[in-house]
Design a protein around this ligand. Structure first.
Ligand code: SF4
Length: 467
């Protein structure tokens, strides 16, 4: 029996068991007309050569294993950081199953999100009926405080108008007129999960920006937007630092309790999250600090243009990044950096000095989202490490320029090369093919979500975004 209910094994171990190895062997011999093992081995070795690398980098029309997810997963991640919020995806059920699976599998926590489950009829006539029925059922069954709507490729290709559909649903009595339903169009054939995060964050903030909510005086707080940071424990650390400085703040989208919920023995559908009242009051803050630049460009533009509020970017990675963040908070709020944080900084410098010998001169290859890469590279340079290959699938020209400036600012960064809009098959070539006698001792760093998305492939469609 290949599976035993007493000990369920995952697919890697499962496929090594005799039933499967026999099946694969027969399939190979009888139906696949497979090449001999030696030939396969020869080609595998060739794909590690410099010649193959050149061919791989000349590729234009094909993406293999992109190091990114599609827009709705980012939109869902942003929405789930708000109190009592249920993400509602207008589109096909399969896509939403994929988003939930990846988030649940990564965090080992339940992830609630619904879909309007559009099928053939909706593809022809539009998804209005699905939206009306879906909102009504979601509202009555799951009792959220807010429903945040985004779209999949299908709804975008048809051209579903979310604003009009939600208005129709309210007029039809599916949900109360004053029930909050922010929405973001998240076409997955452009951008990536960080674009989806930005679209949803802007949409939620736009929803709460009303004449009634905007006050004449500031509330003295500072808003923090964490961005698409999969290490939600970072939110707790940011809060600890701000509390230590006695700063009043609002984290805009705080999913630390949602994706790292305590096991109390009772299921809670919407643990934690930014209070909706605080989100509504965010427009009255002194300023907003975004911890990721490339995940929030539209949101920051909205904050500056509509709220007329200062927005800054500070990435608290390593000594320099964390200094910049704390100094920005101190400057905005007038609260000094606490003695406690000063002592911790000294301890960190000491730890870095103690471990410098282990990292200094080591070569690193890094891939991930633009802000993650920037932060990791900045910290590695502080440790005397040498980032060699830096690959980003969802960076833009500004990111490349900023990275090159960072690399050039340190003697350890001089040999680093930034590969923008490249995928993990390019990355493989970078890791395998080494020119001449340059013997790289390489370390690979990536974001956990990228590893999950890229290596546990679970395709639901064949688009390049679909991982
Ligand atoms: S890229 Fe794939 S998973 Fe993502 S929305 Fe489009 S069809 Fe769905």
């Amino acid at each position: 029996m290949p599976q035993n209910p007493e000990r369920i094994v995952d697919h890697v171990d499962l496929f090594k068991q005799p039933e499967y190895t026999e099946l694969f062997k027969n399939k190979r011999e009888q139906f696949e007309g497979a090449h001999p093992d030696e030939e396969v081995e020869r080609v595998v070795e060739w794909t590690k050569s410099w010649e193959y690398r050149e061919k791989n980098f000349a590729r234009e029309a094909l993406t293999v294993n992109p190091a990114k997810g599609c827009q709705p997963v980012g939109a869902m991640f942003a929405a789930l950081g708000f109190e009592g919020t249920l993400p509602f995806v207008q589109g096909s059920q399969g896509c939403v199953a994929y988003f939930r699976t990846h988030l649940s599998r990564h965090y080992k926590e339940p992830c609630s999100a619904v879909s309007s489950s559009m099928t053939e009829d909706a593809a022809v006539f539009g998804g209005l009926n699905n939206m009306i029925e879906g909102l009504e059922v979601s509202y009555k069954l799951y009792k959220p405080k807010m429903i945040a709507v985004c779209t999949t490729c299908m709804a975008e290709v048809i051209g579903d108008d979310l604003g009009a559909f939600i208005g129709n649903a309210k007029n039809a009595g599916a949900i109360p007129q004053n029930f909050p339903v922010p929405f973001a169009h998240t076409p997955s054939f452009v951008g990536s999960h960080i674009t989806g995060y930005d679209n949803m964050m802007r949409s939620i903030l736009t929803h709460f920006t009303t004449e009634e909510n905007k006050k004449k005086k500031t509330n003295g707080k500072v808003n923090i937007i964490p961005g698409f940071d999969t290490y939600v424990g970072n939110n707790r650390e940011i809060k600890r630092m701000l509390n230590s400085m006695h700063v009043d703040y609002t984290i805009l989208s705080d999913s630390s309790d949602y994706f790292d919920a305590p096991n109390t023995g009772e299921y809670e559908m919407y643990p934690g999250g930014t209070k909706l009242d605080d989100a509504a009051d965010a427009c009255n803050a002194e300023a907003t600090i975004s911890l990721q630049a490339y995940t929030t460009p539209k949101t920051r533009a909205f904050i500056e243009e509509t709220w007329k509020q200062e927005s800054r970017v500070a990435r608290p990675w390593g000594i320099k990044g964390t200094d910049e963040f704390l100094m920005a908070v101190s400057e905005i709020t007038g609260h000094p950096i606490s003695k406690e944080l000063e002592i911790e900084r000294g301890r960190l410098v000491d730890a870095m000095t103690d471990s410098y010998a282990w990292i200094h001169g080591k070569k690193f290859a890094i891939y991930g989202d633009p802000d993650l890469i920037y932060g990791v590279t900045s910290f590695l340079l502080e440790m005397g490490a040498e980032p060699v290959h830096i690959l980003c699938n969802n960076g833009d020209a500004d990111f490349k320029a900023e990275m090159e400036e960072l690399l050039n600012s340190s003697p350890f960064g001089k040999g680093g090369t930034v590969w923008n809009q490249k995928d993990l098959w390019h990355f493989r070539s970078l890791m395998c093919a080494v020119s001449g006698n340059l013997n790289l001792q390489k370390f690979l760093l990536s974001s956990a979500i990228n590893r999950t998305i890229s290596f546990n492939t679970n395709k639901c469609c064949q688009s390049e975004q679909c991982s």
